[in-house]
Unconditional design. Sequence first.
Length: 242
Amino acid sequence: MKKIAAFFDIDGTLYRDSLMVEHFKKLIRYEIIDEKVWLANARDTFVNWDKRQGNYDDYLFEVCDIYVESLKGLDLCSINFTSDQVIKLKSDRVYKYARSQINWHLEQGHVVIFISGSPDFLVSKMAKKYNATDFIGSTYVFENGTFNGEVIPMWDSASKNVAINGFVEKYNIDLSRSYAYGDTNGDINMLRRVGNPIAINPTKELLSQINSDKNIKNISKIIVERKDLIYQLPASVEILDI
């Protein structure tokens, strides 16, 4: 008998921010990476986004490029130490709805899979903490114990699509009865593949994509979690262009 799966994006869907950004900050705090790298390259973009004057995806892409470049030549021991600190200190900063859904799926005996664009060495630890059945993240390639600068990405929609195909075969998954949770346009193909797509605090781009796709518009749930309130909206909700 085919199994039901629940596919979860992490950053912005389960975790309230970006695991990669948190790791970047830890590398700076422990003086493994010079703070000047942040000040010279990413701070202005972050400040603009924080004032809601910039695009968060643009900010993340810029930080990602700087992060990957900064990690070149770092040893696995330093990366694992700082990764452990991120999970120890920050991994509880998750959305209540996503956390409760993970627990519900596990109770139902569903296959719970984390699919994230964050580094695999962070995704693996997050998956272990939340008892996920399996996971996949962006693969950071190490040679002789040091990062060589090569990344096999998992942040785009096409890569996540290929990953889902692998999991379907591995676990004999029935996608028509399965669930997917995402928040950005990189999750759109994942949402399209399942019978139960859920967008959690979606970006404008993702919500627009759902609205324009008649195949998923009527079956999608839009979940918004703000402060102490969680509520559900129809995919046809009006978007205010301000």
